[in-house]
Design a protein around this ligand. Structure first.
Ligand code: B12
Length: 241
């Protein structure tokens, strides 16, 4: 049985992320390590509490746009990754009584192997269903992004109950369609719509993620430039009135 204090902590962490248009689902390190090959094991005790964090439609406007507006100096290479580092650091600061370790989806080791397999973490946590290569969220289909895993090193949670993820693509033909779209035509995003979804990315968000990572800083500069022109135009019209 999960006691009241444990429940409160789970709620506090998941609400922290919900406000910023992320979802966080708890899991035990044992569940993850039992699924992956030993080279991917996370070196923590079986009952250690961890969370998979994923961003959902709306994160772009709620969290990312303010980040690029206010933190120009922190943007070094990939603005989304920079923003996620910033957000996960803020989370660590918000829970100072815990010993927290973070693995981002883009963290690679010296052999360029992913430090954590976020799709597996998402599946064992019950967040989204993993079929071979693609994971489908029950509400957002493919319109979401795994952002990383948070490990609370000091919290052992033997009583955490495991929730099975919802398989929103239960039929074989649909699964084949999903994998074909994900593997061979992922650029057109059609794999994201293989099931009916509650929300999608906004047009700006789509454009951003459809842009090659190397060109994304240029796109942001263009938006900044356009915003600057619009602002100056409004000020000019206002002065002339
Ligand atoms: C490396 C990588 C790539 C590489 C190689 C892909 C690959 N699968 O090897 C490249 C550059 C090609 C790539 C491309 C794309 N990628 Co990519 N990629 C990754 C990355 C960083 C690591 C994946 C990896 O190394 N896997 C290693 C292999 C061995 O893992 P695996 O096949 O899952 O095997 C494990 C499981 O099977 C598990 N397992 C075994 N049995 C069982 C049983 C159960 C029940 C479970 C749950 C697990 C499990 O154990 C195995 C390991 O021992 C992840 C992010 C991350 N950190 O996880 C994103 C990720 C997989 N990519 C993603 C995406 C979206 C893409 C692209 C569409 C491009 C894009 N827009 O970013 C394309 C898709 C094209 C394609 N054909 O895959 C998303 C997938 C999202 C989703 N909805 O599923 C991820 C999760 C990134 C993210 N932040 O969301 N990617």
């Amino acid at each position: 049985m999960v006691d009241i204090e444990e429940k409160r902590m789970l709620n506090e962490i998941s609400n922290y992320w919900l406000h910023r248009k992320f979802e966080a689902y708890p899991f035990k390190i044992k569940w993850y390590n039992n699924a992956v090959k030993p080279i991917f094991h996370l070196p923590y005790a079986d009952d250690t509490l961890a969370f998979i964090v994923l961003s959902v439609p709306g994160m772009f406007d709620t969290t990312f746009v303010p980040f690029i507006r206010n933190n120009q100096s922190e943007i070094i290479k990939d603005p989304i990754d920079n923003c996620m580092v910033h957000e996960f650091n803020k989370f660590i600061e918000a829970f100072p009584s815990h010993e927290i370790v973070v693995f981002h989806d883009f963290d690679l080791d010296v052999k360029r192997k992913a430090r954590v397999l976020v799709q597996t973490a998402g599946h064992v946590a019950g967040a989204a269903y993993f079929t071979k290569r693609a994971t489908v969220h029950p509400r957002y289909g493919g319109w979401f992004g795994f952002r990383g895993v948070i490990i609370l090193k000091d919290v052992m949670f033997p009583n955490l109950r495991q929730n099975e993820p919802v398989d929103s693509v239960p039929f074989r033909e649909k699964k084949i369609e999903l994998l074909e779209k994900f593997n061979f035509q992922w650029r057109d995003s059609s794999y994201r719509d293989v099931v009916p979804v509650a929300h999608r990315y906004s047009e700006e968000e789509k454009l951003y993620f459809d842009t090659l990572p190397k060109d994304r800083c240029k796109l942001i500069d263009k938006w900044r430039w356009n915003n600057g022109i619009m602002r100056n135009l409004v000020i000019w019209l206002w002065i002339r009135m």
